[in-house]
Design a protein around this ligand. Structure first.
Ligand SMILES: *[C@@H]1O[C@H](CO)[C@@H](O)[C@H](O)[C@H]1NC(C)=O
Ligand SMILES: *[C@@H]1O[C@H](CO)[C@@H](O)[C@H](O)[C@H]1NC(C)=O
Length: 610
């Protein structure tokens, strides 16, 4: 009586817990568990064949983990499987929900409620796969090793799968990285195979039974743990998405004791559990990839572009042994059109892979910051994984006016299974994209205005500028003109002296001084005039100046020749002892022409001054 009422209370408690058909009605007809211990993460796949032995339809199935395993749980998922002959196909993931611990102090089980795809009627069976990953459950033992030693690890589990249901038939396989096994607990039947230990089959194991086992085996896989990863994904609508990842990475395997010998490492290959290289799998078409540590850029990295991914291998400055750590930054860019899309409702969304692109690492804490373009509004996140925290910030960078919205996501205990696409949706007005270029254009406009003002005020300006060149030229022209005017004045002065000699002749009738005055004519003057004329033609672009100069030269030459003619004629007439009346009438036309030419030259000389 007491036992049955206890059972009733227990059943009631479980019924309240699951809110569904009595869980006890389910039995596990067959169970197959495979635990992969070949890396630093323990990955388990349990395949349950469940049957409904009760009369009510079952819609839920409870899965249990021990408290200890739960504390190391990084990832869990479930799927229903359709079995046809030997082929198995998994359905879309089923919802897995952690439910409150049953009030049973003797049990340290943590329960997960898995919603079945369709309810299980009386006598029906279904197959369900549960996958989970545990981190930090493979512990190096011994904890410290020498460089020449290999790394051994301990792993604790139970030979029986923890189950709230009766398990009629079950088998477990532990897959190991190598064939060296130091020790393992026997729960008969137990069989050690090549790189594998088989526990079972066990029949009719009652609910919540456990049979602890401990395995110790060799595992030299790099225990690369990223203590913190700060990732920034910046969207630029001008064509790229920029990713910057700051890592603090530690080797959490057995600690190195007795010092490190590079010689032994390189020559003898000692240090099998150390790691030399790190690899990252980036999206296809990733570019501008860089890797740098606290000291600077590191060029010893290899990039391989494949159609579906980009593989980057890089080498820290020194190999990493147990307990050693390194900080570095990995950066890359990807084309915008591969990651940012337009949603049907007109908003935009980033579709990016969560987690670290580093291969074979455990990330203890990741902080992902998605920096949206300036002017973005109403960001929202859709992620098919449980995030620990999510908030928003504002980031200011140069050219920003109001700052950029930043979506911050954090999660602890991240493994490769979390590398799934997540989306950040945001509203964006394309006009906002014009804000920065408009600012730039406005800036340039102001700059040009300033330049114009600068020229206008005639400040000293650059020697290469067109304005400067033009001014140089103008100065040269002015200089040439001045020299030209000086030459012309000398010529006119000469002419005045000849005229004076002619006047003297008319007064005295003495031919000799007038003849001698011809020597005053400087022949080099016309050569100099010619040279300046040529220089002016080469320099000055002003046709009005050139034509004035040309006209002046021609007229002056004509005037000069006319004067010499007049002088020769006058001398001749006086030598022939002609009457002064005769002489005056003979000279009169020359006199007239010369006076006319003289006034023309004077006029041209004046016009040059303008
Ligand atoms: C590091 O390398 C990246 C990419 O090659 C380059 O853009 C950056 O200027 C380099 N930095 C230094 C400090 O050399
Ligand atoms: C995000 O990208 C992945 C491939 O990287 C694709 O399978 C998935 O459908 C995309 N999600 C959305 C919402 O576009």
């Amino acid at each position: 009586m007491a036992a049955s009422s206890l059972c009733l209370i227990g059943c009631l408690a479980l019924w309240i817990l699951t809110g569904a058909a009595l869980a006890e009605d389910l039995v596990v007809a067959k169970l197959d568990r495979r635990v992969d211990l070949t890396s630093q993460v323990a990955r388990t796949l349990v395949s349950f064949k469940i049957e409904n032995s009760g009369s009510d339809p079952a819609t839920k199935f409870l899965f249990a983990l021990s408290k200890d395993q739960f504390d190391h749980l990084a990832y869990i998922s479930a799927a229903s499987v359709s079995v046809k002959g030997k082929s198995r196909t998994q359905s879309a993931p089923l919802t897995v929900k952690e439910v409150e611990k049953k009030e049973d102090p003797s049990s340290d089980a943590v329960y997960f409620e898995i919603s079945l795809e369709k309810s299980l009627e009386q006598g029906q069976a279904a197959t369900i796969d549960v996958q989970y990953a545990l981190t930090h459950t493979l512990t190096p033992f011994p904890r410290e090793i020498r460089q020449s030693e290999t790394q051994l690890v301990l792993y604790h589990d139970s030979a029986y799968v923890l189950s709230p249901y009766l398990v009629k038939f079950q088998t477990t396989f532990f897959k190991l990285p190598g064939s060296r096994v130091e020790s393992y607990t026997k729960v008969e039947p137990t069989k050690l195979g090549d790189k594998e230990i088989k526990y079972g089959p066990y029949e009719n194991v009652s609910p919540l039974s456990q049979a602890p086992v401990t395995l110790q085996f060799e595992n030299n896989r790099p225990f690369a743990v990223v203590e913190t990863l700060e990732q920034e994904i910046e969207i630029s609508h001008w064509g790229n998405v920029y990713a910057t990842e700051n890592y603090h990475l530690k080797h959490t395997g057995a600690r190195l004791k007795g010092g490190f010998s590079r010689l032994d490492y390189q020559a003898k290959g000692n240090g099998v559990s150390a790691f030399r290289y790190l690899a990252a799998i980036l999206p296809p078409r990733a570019h501008s990839i860089y890797y740098r540590d606290e000291i600077g850029n590191i060029s010893t990295s290899h990039v391989r572009n494949e159609p579906k991914r980009t593989i980057v291998e890089f080498e820290p400055r020194y190999p990493l042994f147990g307990g050693w750590q390194v900080k570095f930054t990995l950066g890359y860019s990807v084309p915008l059109q591969d990651f940012v899309f337009l949603a049907p409702d007109g908003s935009r969304y980033l579709n990016f892979t969560f987690g670290s692109p580093l291969v074979d690492v455990v990330v203890e804490k990741i902080t992902t910051k998605v920096v949206l373009p300036e002017g973005s509004r109403d960001p929202s996140v859709e992620a098919p994984l449980a995030l620990d925290e999510q908030h928003q910030e504002v980031k200011h960078s140069y050219l920003d006016t109001v700052g950029r919205k930043v979506v911050v996501l954090t999660k602890k205990n991240v493994v490769a299974e979390h590398n799934v696409p997540f989306q950040v949706k945001y509203k964006f007005n394309p006009l906002a994209m014009l804000a920065e270029p408009l600012m730039l254009i406005f800036g340039f406009f102001c700059f040009f205005l300033a330049c114009m003002a600068y020229l206008h005020f005639d400040f000293p300006i650059s020697k290469s500028s067109a304005a400067y060149q033009a001014r140089l030229q103008q100065e040269e022209v002015l200089d040439l003109l001045q020299r030209f005017q000086k030459l012309m004045k000398r010529r006119l002065f000469e002419a005045e002296k000849l005229e004076a000699a002619l006047r003297d002749l008319a007064r005295t009738g003495d031919v000799a001084p007038c003849k001698a005055s011809k020597k005053l004519v400087d022949a080099t003057l016309s050569k100099e005039v010619k040279a300046i004329h040529e220089a002016l033609q080469a320099t000055s672009r002003s046709s009005s100046v050139n034509s004035k100069v040309e006209a002046l030269i021609t007229k002056e030459k004509e005037k000069h020749e006319r004067l010499l003619q007049k002088l020769n004629l006058t001398v001749d007439l006086y030598e022939r002892k002609m009457s002064s009346k005769e002489i005056d009438s003979r000279l009169a036309p020359h006199e007239q022409k010369y006076t006319h030419l003289k006034s023309e030259v004077a006029e041209l000389m004046d016009s040059l001054d303008d």
